[in-house]
Design a protein around this ligand. Structure first.
Ligand code: SF4
Length: 79
C-alpha cells in the first residue's frame, strides 16, 4: 500500500501515479486475479445506489465506451 497508494481528499485510497502501475504494456492487468474491488466492479453502472456515484459515471463516459453507450441508451429506458 505504501508503494502504490495514497489517500485522496475524499479519504479514498487511489494510485500514486496514473496510469495504473499494474497495467502492462500489452494492456493486460499484472494483478488481474487479485485486482482491487473497484476494478472488479468497474464501470459501476450496475450498482444499486448509482445516484450516489452519478457524477463519477458521467465522467467515465469520457473514457469508457461501455459507460457511454449505457448513458446514450438511458433516455429510451425512461417512460
Ligand atoms: S484492472 Fe485495476 S489493477 Fe489492473 S491494471 Fe486496471 S486499474 Fe490497474
Amino acid at each position: 500500500m505504501d508503494t502504490y497508494l495514497r489517500i485522496d481528499e475524499d479519504g479514498d485510497y487511489v494510485f500514486q501515479s496514473m496510469p495504473c502501475p499494474f497495467l502492462l504494456a500489452d494492456n493486460y492487468c499484472m494483478v488481474y486475479a487479485s485486482r482491487p474491488r473497484a476494478c472488479r466492479a468497474y464501470p459501476h453502472t450496475d450498482q444499486k445506489n448509482i445516484k450516489s456515484i452519478l457524477s463519477l459515471c458521467v465522467k467515465n463516459t469520457e473514457t469508457c465506451p461501455a459507460v457511454y453507450r449505457i448513458f446514450e441508451k438511458l433516455p429510451e429506458q425512461i417512460p
